[in-house]
Write a protein that binds this ligand. Structure first.
Ligand code: ARG
Length: 461
């Protein structure tokens, strides 16, 4: 059996299946680059503080840089389960390159602050990538909104036709959700970009280390002010998973609508062939698989969040091995949100919008009923009474398949003598949209203002 790095006080090693169970190398190798980066910063500091002699530092650094290069080239020796995790695997490779002097690297450091440093770095590096991907999707939404300010469709509540809206207004609502998502990920940086390095195992160290220096070298904005907190804190990862969950929820709602809109009954949109799939048995099928998959993948991201929250909830300070379970969910969520953002961006930028079907839907329904009630209310009829009058007219209209704007004036006047011929202007769905000029409303002018604001938001990035 292989002697462990920590094996001094041990007389037996775990059976292979238990070692496999305990090892994290299968997944934490995703942090290999961060681990080497952290070690280079650490040894640089050990040199500049005089904790290690310059000659040793030079050897260790050169060895680490060689490993860095081999990692980039894909020529690194294979990691082994016997070496447990990425930290000890890298150290073992370093030892094989430069000999026992490699053992000096771990001076004034523990795997507890090492793994926390790697993980903080990893998340810190991902955040701008996530923000950029959200930005791209927002750009597509903005373009779609801009092209469809004057495309109208029935807005719904309870999935029932409610009031006519601008399609641009619809797209801008998702733009706003994504803006908040983006801001949450940007804020996430405040808690991810804190350096735990130098907290050592839990209590700090007797060596005269310089934590600010390693933090600066690694690009961290701050240094943890409490060593116990530094090695025990996974809040930044939970925040990341929470932000990811909310983002996925938004993408899922959008997906759901695309799926419904692409159905035979709606035909509001057609997904591009490049973003849909066929059936192996039914030749006519064109399925919204990608949208469904985004909707489906929300479950795993919620699961990742719930999993880490649960891992952390009962842990006494400081490090506990439970915390090794912190990483896979974050990696998985990252793959999922990045994939979902890219696919959604592609799907929307190639989307075929069937304006005529949307418009037809709004011409043959009763989504202008509020207009008639408002018309009567503005002529002095209490709104509750106006509501009842229009309700009755709608009932007749449903029975005779006649939308309000197609009813003859005599019929409307029989319901209320307050109605004049000018009512047909108000009943025009396009006018109904145009007149909703209240701030944030669906009027064409309001949508244009939203788009303009959206453009400045994106330009600021
Ligand atoms: N593989 C471990 C993890 O991911 C590294 C930290 C190990 N520290 C320890 N005291 N066992 O959490």
């Amino acid at each position: 059996a292989v002697k462990k790095m920590w094996g001094g006080r041990f007389t037996a090693v775990s059976p292979e299946f238990a070692q496999e169970f305990g090892a994290s190398i299968d997944f934490d190798q995703a942090m290999a680059a961060e681990d080497i980066e952290g070690s280079i910063a650490h040894v640089t500091m050990l040199g500049s503080t005089g904790i290690l002699p310059a000659g040793d530092v030079a050897k260790i650094k050169a060895g680490l840089e060689e490993i860095q290069q081999e990692l980039a080239d894909g020529t690194l020796p294979e990691f082994t389960i016997a070496n447990e995790d990425i930290h000890m695997n890298i150290e073992a490779i370093l030892t094989s390159k430069i000999g026992p002097v490699a053992g000096k690297l771990h001076t004034a450091r523990s795997r507890n602050d090492q793994v926390a440093t790697d993980f903080h770095l990893w998340v810190t590096h991902r955040l701008p990538e996530v923000v950029a991907a959200i930005d791209k999707l927002q750009g597509v939404l903005l373009k779609l909104a801009d092209a469809h300010v004057e495309t109208i469709l029935p807005g719904t509540t309870h999935l029932q036709h409610a009031q006519p809206i601008s399609l641009g207004h619809y797209f801008m609502s998702y733009f706003s959700m994504l803006q908040r998502d983006k801001e949450r990920f940007q804020f996430n940086l405040k808690h991810a970009s804190i350096s735990p390095l130098g907290a050592a195992a839990l209590a700090g160290t007797t060596f005269p280390i310089d934590r600010q220096q390693t933090a600066d070298l690694l690009g961290f904005d701050e240094v943890y002010t409490n060593s116990l907190d530094a090695v025990s804190d996974r809040d930044f990862a939970i925040e990341y998973l929470s932000n990811s969950s909310m983002l996925m929820m938004h993408l899922s709602r959008l997906s759901e609508e695309l799926i419904i809109w692409a159905s035979y009954e709606y035909q509001y949109v057609e997904l591009d062939d490049a973003y849909s799939t066929g059936s192996s048995i039914m030749p006519q099928k064109k399925n919204a698989d990608y949208a469904e998959l985004i909707r489906g993948k929300v479950g795993r991201v919620y699961g990742d969040l719930m999993s880490l929250m649960t891992v952390m909830k009962g842990l006494p300070l400081a490090y506990n091995k439970d915390m090794q379970e912190d990483k896979e969910g974050v990696f998985d969520a990252t793959t999922t949100i990045m994939g979902s953002l890219h696919v959604m961006t592609g799907m929307l930028s190639t989307l075929h919008i069937k304006d005529a079907n949307m418009e037809a839907a709004v011409q043959n329904d009763f989504s202008n009923a509020t207009e008639l009630a408002d018309y009567l209310a503005s002529k002095g009829l209490p709104f509750r009474q106006a509501h009842a009058v229009v309700g009755k007219l709608v009932l007749t209209g449903i029975q005779t398949h006649t939308p309000l704007q197609k009813m003859p004036l005599e019929q409307l006047q029989a319901a209320s003598d307050l109605i004049d011929a000018d009512v047909y202007h108000d009943l025009d769905p396009r006018v109904a949209v145009e007149r909703r000029t209240s701030f944030g409303g669906t009027s064409f002018s309001s949508v244009k203002a939203q788009i303009k604001h959206g453009q400045t938001l994106l330009a600021e990035e």
